[in-house]
Design a protein around this ligand. Structure first.
Ligand code: ADP
Ligand code: MG
Length: 697
């Protein structure tokens, strides 16, 4: 029977009990599911080490040598066996804590030692190594790469460790060798020089050498990425065939705003407005991602696009991830639109909008007197009904998933155009997966006259110098931010840090006025404090990360980040973006502890070295790995990645995306005989997806 249809219970070396655990722990139901559990690492059993070659790395090695001496320490359960192992020139120590009575050692015979060395007092030791008499070592044992499999605690408790996984998979090898149907067409395999699925599956588990193993893995990674891209791009193509509101007119409001601006748009801003307008007049629904570094002027671009909708007789909305950001957008829009008088009516709707104030908003949306609505998730409530919503901006900071985006569509007869703004630059590979169903516009230019922010990293013991610098800047008329890490707004401990910091600054700068804002304050108090700082009534603003997404005070030139080691790279970059918004040279001072981990030091070095948000995003991905990035899990990648890694497989991803595009360009609905296979596989995967994913169209 085909491996894909064979119940795991009836596979060799498995049986009912193991099958049950495999099903529950790994979701393995069939023989093929088991084969699709790939090793996470390999140990090269064909390589023999000398003790002199070992370094501190925690990898498995094997060494040939003799036991020269051993002794036991302690008695009973606390007994410990220690032996000296000699490879002809150097020696190391072997240690057993458990099952000491079962370890039988012999002098004057050759052994194969296998284990993970660690260094202690200048001598390498192996705890519980595998020790095999050399005469008992079979050629198979020291041949090629030994695969290692992830197993859960429950699996281990029932004896299904990595070795057991290997044995079970080995039991399927003869059937596997008979061949499994490929998931990728021969043309693509040939064009991208990829192994067949059968060869890849054999060699991912039992590779004959490292290059073969790498080729096998590359093929499987490609496959994984290819189907994700095919899925995303098929959605994109499908939607591009959806009818959409045609918004061809560049009307009076648009022109009026352009004339009223105190500055000209940057080339990049003009270019992306053109890209968006091309979509808007096409008669098809737009789905576009707008990326740009902090301060590149995305909000203004969004406003111009909203006006395109309004000038064509449609409504628009801007949805922000937090209330503070929604407020900020609302204020920004109102300020930009002030010269236009009554021509554009903007309203704000958030969770804290009172019931009384909601009524006129709901009415205004229904009768079309409100042109642009700014808000938070509150926009998604069922009570919010539009006369004719034509254009949606989602300012998302990774926080709205594809599923949530789709919710907005259902509010209309026809889906509105959607512009997703990413406030944090995200790496290319992640953009291609998380936002792979969107066209991308990039603002790659900052407004003119901005001087790059100078970033300096100090240890906490340099506080006096930092304060002297702060004083000097304030004397020049500048203002200062001091940010404390308050990761969770309700952490009492952090709040105390902030208050201590505030008191300390009050003592250090008795001659100046200091504002303080944090997430636990009442909105009105927060506003008051922010406004005082924005108006220049206070010189220093002590704050938590609430200011990360908000304020725009061009006169503030210094951003001091306390305990910078507690922030991620993207967050540090966001915070730094609060300064450097005016014409004066700005500074970002990263204050850290004296003792830093290697990773922290790297983060600080990157911040000091570059202001380029995209480069920082790439480094962030590299340092933290893809799974760890803010909100990646929620915003999601449609299918789980089992073998591909977004932080290291960027090149394969580009190839896979190209391969998927080539197919869809010729056959958008996958109807050709050759492509039906892909369609079937996608449908199968979609059926296994969480509900909210399969609903999206
Ligand atoms: P982003 O949202 O991309 O971080 P903003 O839209 O907040 O950037 O813009 C940052 C600042 O730059 C705002 O004060 C905005 O008014 C200003 N700005 C935007 N576009 C321009 C431009 N073309 N020239 C000068 N200043 C601009
Ligand atoms: Mg902004």
């Amino acid at each position: 029977m085909e491996l894909a249809h064979r119940d795991i219970t009836y596979c060799k070396n498995v049986g009912a009990k193991r099958a049950d655990i495999l099903r529950k722990e790994l979701g393995v139901n069939t023989a093929l599911d088991l084969i699709r559990q790939y090793p996470y690492k390999y140990i090269d059993r064909s390589r023999f080490y000398r003790i002199a070659e070992l370094d501190d790395e925690d990898t498995y090695v094997q060494i040939i040598g003799e036991i020269t001496e051993w002794h036991t320490i302690g008695i009973g359960k606390a007994q410990r066996l220690s032996a000296t192992f000699f490879d002809g020139t150097h020696q190391c120590e072997l240690v057993w804590f458990k099952g000491v009575q079962y370890v039988k050692l012999q002098r004057g015979v050759k052994y194969l030692l296998f284990g993970k060395p660690s260094r202690f007092n200048h001598i390498y030791n192996f705890v519980h190594p595998e020790l095999t008499l050399w005469e008992k070592v079979t050629p198979e044992m020291t041949q090629g790469l030994e695969p290692y499999y992830n197993t859960t605690e429950t699996m281990k408790r029932h004896g299904i460790n990595s070795k057991a996984m290997r044995t079970m998979i080995a039991g399927l090898l003869p059937d596997l060798k008979a061949g499994v149907p490929d998931t990728i067409g021969a043309d693509i395999l040939q064009r991208y020089r990829l192994m067949s699925l059968t060869d890849a599956l054999i060699n991912v588990h039992f590779p004959k050498d490292t290059p073969t193993m790498q080729n096998a893995r590359a093929r499987l990674k490609f496959e994984e990425l290819f189907f994700i891209q095919l899925h995303l791009l098929r959605q994109m193509k499908r939607r591009e065939q959806n009818p959409g509101f045609a918004l061809p007119l560049v009307g009076s409001r648009f022109h009026a705003l352009y004339k009223a601006l105190p500055f000209d748009l940057t080339g990049a801003q003009k270019r992306v407005i053109h890209e968006i307008h091309d979509d808007l007049k096409s008669g098809h629904q737009m789905n576009r991602l707008l990326q740009g570094d902090v301060g590149s002027g995305k909000t203004l671009v969004a406003l111009f696009c909203c006006l395109l909708a309004v000038d064509n007789g449609y409504q628009a909305c801007i949805m922000a991830p937090t209330e503070i950001l929604a407020n900020q957008h609302y204020e920004t829009l109102k300020a930009f639109l002030a010269p236009l008088g009554d021509a554009v009516h903007v309203a704000l709707l958030t969770g804290s909008t009172s019931q009384k104030n909601r009524v006129p908003i709901h009415n205004g949306l229904m009768n079309g007197t409100i042109h642009i609505l700014v808000g938070t998730h509150a926009l998604l409530e069922d009570t919010v009904q539009w006369q004719n919503l034509g254009f949606v901006v989602i300012d998302e900071q990774h926080r709205f998933g594809v599923a949530q985006r789709a919710k907005l569509w259902t509010k209309n007869q026809m889906p509105p155009h959607v512009l997703v703004m990413s406030a944090t630059p995200i790496p290319r590979t992640l953009a291609m997966t998380v936002y792979g169903d969107l066209r991308v516009s990039i603002i790659d230019e900052l407004p003119p006259g901005r001087k790059p922010v100078q970033t300096i990293h100090y240890s906490i013991n340099k506080r006096a110098q930092v304060y002297a610098f702060v004083r000097e800047q304030i004397q020049k008329g500048r203002q200062i931010y001091v940010v404390f890490p308050l990761i969770k707004e309700n952490e009492k401990l952090d709040l105390r840090d902030l208050e201590n910091g505030y008191n300390e600054l009050c003592e250090a700068f008795p001659e100046y006025k200091i504002s303080m804002v944090h997430g636990q304050m009442k909105a009105a108090d927060k506003d008051l404090q922010m406004t005082r700082f924005a108006n220049g009534e206070t010189q220093i603003l002590v704050a938590t990360t609430v200011i990360e997404v908000g304020v725009n005070v061009p006169n503030a030139t210094v951003m001091i980040i306390q305990n910078a080691e507690r922030f991620g790279l993207s967050q540090l970059h966001q915070l730094r973006g609060r300064v450097g918004r005016g014409g004066d040279q700005s500074f970002c001072i990263l204050l850290t502890d004296m003792e830093l981990s290697t990773d922290t030091r790297k983060r600080m070095d990157i911040m000091v070295a570059t202001n380029d948000g995209f480069r920082i995003a790439e480094e962030d991905l590299r340092l933290r790995g893809a799974g760890d990035l803010d909100g990646t899990q929620q915003s999601g990648i449609p299918f789980d990645l089992k073998i591909a890694n977004l932080s290291t497989d960027g090149q394969l991803l580009s190839l896979a995306r190209q391969a998927a595009l080539d197919i869809l360009d010729a056959d958008p609905l996958l109807e050709d005989e050759m492509n039906r296979m892909y369609k079937r596989q996608l449908d199968l995967k979609r059926a296994q997806m969480p509900q909210n994913w399969s609903e999206i169209s």
